[in-house]
Write a protein that binds this ligand. Structure first.
Ligand code: SF4
Length: 390
């Protein structure tokens, strides 16, 4: 029996906690915290601790065409019917859970194809503060339930409270998790209550914290003119946004969709809107590592490697780029997303970059300005490296 530990990044929320995947005989069998990461200082939430089991649930292990098992040649051949559609008739809907490198390739694929591109579980905006600045804040205004979405970012709010910070909350439910001063406001943020306003005005280190997919909170926070933590609840939402890929619902003009549905169990209802529209499309292709409602009805399903079977980088909500390490090989019948994109690109007559994750990262850094001054080698540091704008 051979056992080893692979230090990588939690695949769930945008806090970006480091964890050690315990690998025995080529399978992930457990998770141990990583003490070397300043992001989480040896802690993990219950989701992170379950990662080893969850990553292997409901895996798709072979391609399907119209619900029937198919070989890769047949599935890619059928998917190449994408080339029949005019520019603008194809949508590429990606996931904010891909590595930066895979996201870059998806974006290239969409651009070369003339497709519109968007993300289903993403957000917009960048932070002007960090995890440690939340911990050291003296007044924190939380807009919405950030504790639930990003538990170990929430932990920094708890630490700040322990050190005497006032925690203010505006949102649809009471914020008992931190016993905050609470104002319940259905779904909208209106005026800042006078007491909150005074506390923020007199604070030395105030921070406002909200979710990147909450447009109302973002607009409200912008008016405060204080440091903001814009939290992505996906492991690479910030990297995805940094590439200019923003949330998109399927435009009416679209006749074919290529959807990269990298989605953990708790997030599967994000496809409700797409599910309604999928039937009306002439062609729907889903690439995913595990089953979702979408893979059940798509014309073509392409099984791709999960995050713990891949190498690359992800960017947490702070803008900290960190390294993902491959812990295990993909199951037989499953291919890396990069290989699938290159194969499909060849079949539809377009070309996208090829190479190792390091080579793809280098191409990304040459094109996307915020990555420009960070080399792949620098990212191997346990603390990662911040995007240039962070
Ligand atoms: S807080 Fe987020 S990144 Fe950290 S262990 Fe939990 S789900 Fe993973």
């Amino acid at each position: 029996m051979q056992m080893n530990y692979v230090t990588t990044i939690c695949p769930y929320c945008g806090t970006g906690c480091a964890l050690n995947l315990v690998v025995r005989d080529g399978k992930t069998v457990g998770v141990a915290p990583s003490n070397r990461s300043p992001v989480c200082s040896g802690k993990l939430c219950s989701r992170g601790l379950r990662a080893a089991q969850a990553l292997d649930e409901a895996r798709i292990k072979q391609p399907f065409v119209k619900g029937e098992p198919a070989d890769w040649d047949a599935a890619i051949g059928k998917a190449a019917e994408l080339k029949k559609f005019a520019a603008g008739e194809v949508a590429v809907i990606t996931s904010a859970r891909l590595t930066n490198e895979n996201q870059f390739l998806v974006q290239k694929f969409a651009k070369e194809l003339g497709a519109v591109i968007g993300v289903v579980n993403g957000g917009t905006g960048s932070s002007t503060t960090t995890l440690n600045e939340i911990r050291d804040a003296d007044v924190i205004l939380a807009l919405g339930d950030v504790m639930k979405a990003l538990p170990l970012t929430g932990n920094k709010i708890l630490l700040a409270k322990e050190k005497g910070a006032r925690i203010l909350y505006i949102g649809p439910q009471s914020y008992t998790a931190v016993q905050a001063d609470t104002v319940e406001i259905s779904d909208e943020f209106a005026e800042l209550p006078p007491g909150f306003s005074t506390l923020l005005k007199n604070a030395a280190r105030p921070v406002v914290v909200y979710l990147a997919n909450d447009a109302a909170a973002a607009a409200f926070a912008a008016g405060l003119k204080i440091n903001a933590a814009v939290l992505y609840d996906t492991n690479n939402g910030r990297g995805t946004a940094a590439m200019g890929i923003t949330p998109l619902s399927l435009p009416e003009t679209v006749k074919a969709a290529f959807i990269i549905a990298e989605t953990p169990e708790m997030e599967k209802d994000i496809y409700a809107d797409l599910l309604e529209k999928l039937d009306s499309l002439e062609l729907s292709i889903v690439a995913a590592s595990s089953e979702t409602s979408l893979s059940g009805i798509a014309d073509i399903v392409l099984p791709v490697s999960a995050l713990h079977e891949s190498e690359g980088t992800v960017t947490n909500w702070e803008g900290r780029i960190q390294k993902i390490k491959q812990a295990v090989a993909s199951p037989d019948g499953v291919k890396p997303l990069a290989d699938v994109l290159v194969d499909l690109a060849g079949k539809v007559g377009i070309s996208i970059p090829t190479g190792t994750p390091e080579e793809i990262y280098t191409a990304l850094a040459a094109e996307v300005p915020v990555f420009a001054e960070v080399s792949y080698e620098q990212i191997t540091k346990p603390e990662g490296v911040y995007l240039r704008e962070a």
